[in-house]
Design a protein around this ligand. Sequence first.
Ligand code: PLP
Length: 401
Amino acid sequence: MSATETAIASAEAHSAHNYHPLPVVVASAEGAWMTDVEGRRYLDLLAGYSALNFGHGNRRLIDAARAQLERVTLTSRAFHHDRFADFCTELAALCGMEMVLPMNTGAEAVETAVKTARKWGYRVKGVPDGMAKIIVASDNFHGRTTTIISFSTDPEARADYGPYTPGFEIVPYGDLTALREAMTVNTVAVLIEPIQGEAGVLVPPAGYLPGVRELTRERNVLFIADEIQSGLGRTGKTFALEHEGVVPDMYVLGKALGGGVVPVSAVVSSAGILGVFKPGEHGSTFGGNPLACAVALEVIAMLRTGEYQERAAELGDHLHRELGLLAGGGAVETVRGRGLWAGVDIAPALGTGREISERLMEERVLVKDTHGSTIRIAPPLVISKEDLDWGLDRLRTVLSA
Ligand SMILES: *Cc1c(COP(=O)(O)O)cnc(C)c1O
């Protein structure tokens, strides 16, 4: 057996089968490239679902992590540490907000947003105890906890995990009328992704997000933007909502915030909203740890320059121009997305998204399929134009075979 086959057989024997990875075993990576255990190089067009916006082994991030590793890695929030205040201050500033509540994974940050909205509903808005409702969108992806999958519409993500957490109302994504009709006096928040990533990089109709903003403001309901995947440069701006000139009440951030080095997530909001928490009412052993703060501070410093957002915008225009040409040719049905982020619906006659991903892997390009015949393209924002063009060439090869 090859080194690849041995590693895969062993993983299949001893790990739960909750993923179906492509048959490639990565041993090292740099920038937009990964090298497998047999020395083959692959172009990474997934970037860890946007956790790797700054590329693999980014020098600034690795240096920041290494320096912090030598000083102090964990204190727990029982004590202050010397990176915490800077992290909160800088992240709040990047978001144009006032307060930060750090967690680790995206799902934990979404859970934190849900708890914040409910507590705000009872303490500030005056919703009767136990009555708070949060409105979410169909085809959402907000994570994998039991509460979060309770409001998923994806049967795979949800089946067999009941009983489900009540208090959520699902409306069609992009439908303002449905949202308006679902609101009651007990609605505390609307939780949506400005662009739905896992659903296939769905961009809502123009005017939808400003409409959500107007409606939530009018009804004294919190607008919670899950920018875990869409935020921090991916779409060509720091936040996807910026394209619509919309400022939410709360950002939920994760993925790229940890620079592909450590999991870092956060809820970022105003003092009036995050101020609802008192000591002991919420927490996390690892949330806001020194290593996480050191890496995230470097991420924030990199985003502050605007150069990654600009890169994503420029290369994104190029990506969408090239994919648009493919869409005319019959092999590709639809292309969606914004910036360096695209959902590509392949004509089903050419194969499933999985099959296309496997053929691309043979051409040394790594992508991930989602829902049937869709593949998504989200390279690290540091990818060179030449490498991106090389990847697009491989895609053309696979689609014309
Ligand atoms: C990935 C993702 C999450 C969950 O993040 P985890 O770190 O995997 O828990 C939540 N919301 C969105 C939009 C995501 O893309």
